[in-house]
Design a protein around this ligand. Sequence first.
Ligand code: UT7
Length: 330
Amino acid sequence: MIKTKIAGVGYYVPEQVITNQDLEQQMDTSNEWIVKRSGIEERRWVRDGICTSDLAFEASKKAMKAAKVSSEDIDLVIVGTITSDYFFPGVSAQLQDRLNLHHIGAFDVKAACSAFIYALSIGDQFIRTGVCSTILIVGAEVQSKFLNISTEGRDMTVLFGDGSGAAILQKSDDESGILSTHLHCQGANIKDLWMEAPGSAENCQMTNIKLEEGRHFPLMNGREVFRNAIVRFPEVIQESLDASGLTLDDVNLIIPHQANLRISQAVAKRLGVGMDKVFSNIHKYGNTTAASIPIALCEAVEEKKISKGDVVVLASFGAGFTWASAAIRW
Ligand code: UT7
């Protein structure tokens, strides 16, 4: 059976570090609260003038270099993001232009924290069916420009960061590759984690009323998200193992979406695995939504936590609610 391999990965984060102490100056919060509740110590936020396509471009160049592919080789681009530079079109179109790619297909996936695994799953189908030979997938976000940086928005603002990660997908020529992917959604919960405006539900114009009510800021029912996340993560990880005929003993590393250290710890406990098997870098970057899994994957590779032949499971949960997993033999 044809398998899709990850031929190269790359990530890029903006250089500006925002510590918890920096946030203490801007709102009623504390380093102690943030670390205790989330495990986050700092995050990266872009400086003025930098947007999501800039981050996506940098991560893509690194992934292409790692995979030793050039612009001519790529025949599809998929970008996961909820923070595109413009309301439309998507970041994928800007990336197609900036990377000087052929007039290939390019589209965005708006599956929030699950978008990178959604993109991976879509790319996997195109490779396995032989329609494409080299696909660029990206997760990139500039969330800092959308946040309510005040005490009113502190529950969200302290958690989120900016960043990007990318991967090149190609046909595998050995046993390595994506073993299975699993995508889920429970739309009944959209209002538990969302940004309402601008949108077509009402008149799209940003009226004063909408702005005064803060309907253009992301909102989250943190406890409800947490409660669902700690159930869905283990469930979808197990689903990927069952589909691949594997057990947790076969898994070398789980890379969960980096939403909250307490969520990862609860997931590890429910699965009965130690935290040494669960990758975490949330202390450095916070929650970077679609970028979190590819950044974590890159760092796991850099830190030599993944070796040839290892089984790696990616898993996500976030807005939608969406959740997803991918089992990969490296
Ligand atoms: O990637 C998308 C997926 N997102 C997630 O997975 C996030 C899931 N949820 C969470 O991680 C947690 O629910 C949070 C970290 C968001 C919040 O932790 P919590 O333990 O659920 O706290 P809470 O929302 O119940 O708030 C506890 C208290 C409240 O004060 P009162 O009502 O007890 O007086 C909040 O107003 O903490 C207050 N609070 C803050 N205090 C200082 C909320 N945000 C902050 C803050 N600094 N930044």
